[in-house]
Design a protein around this ligand. Structure first.
Ligand code: HEC
Length: 113
């Protein structure tokens, strides 16, 4: 989508492979699912807590469970059964882990400088 619009020229960075490809897939999934609607611009907290902060302090297992199981009573939907999220859950974790450890900047598009 956005990658197609921006990536008209075939620079080395236009083709994402390896770790960058996983980050890009995770990035796309959270954008399509619009997690930012509740978690705020850059997912750093709004009505809902910061996903970046959660990735910084929690294990991968807890992170994934928080998304797949959700907490419907508190307003966090359960994404189990949603193919966009379930199929990319590992990429989503990697995306937020990279945000949390500072290797990926807020608003940066993975795979590009
Ligand atoms: C409809 C609003 C809404 C949407 C959309 C939403 N969330 Fe949440 N999310 C919440 C709320 C509210 C909480 C806090 C629940 C609680 O207090 O336990 C939460 C909690 C979380 C947590 C645990 C954070 C913590 O501190 O407990 C993670 C991780 C998370 N969401 C990730 C996501 C991801 C990834 C998406 C998109 C796929 C998403 N959320 C979409 C409302 C939302």
């Amino acid at each position: 989508m956005i990658a197609c619009m921006v990536g008209a020229s075939l620079s080395a960075h236009a083709q994402t492979q390896g770790p960058d490809a996983a980050l890009a897939d995770g990035w796309r999934a959270v954008r399509v699912a619009d997690c930012a609607r509740c978690h705020g611009k850059d997912h750093e907290g709004l009505a809902a807590p910061s996903i970046v902060g959660f990735a910084r302090t929690q294990s991968r297992e807890r992170f994934i469970a928080a998304i797949l199981d959700g907490n419907p009573q508190m307003g966090m939907p359960a994404y189990r059964g949603n193919p966009l999220i379930e199929n990319h859950i590992d990429d989503i974790y990697r995306y937020f882990a990279a945000r949390a450890d500072g290797s990926l900047a807020a608003g940066a598009m993975p795979g590009r400088e």
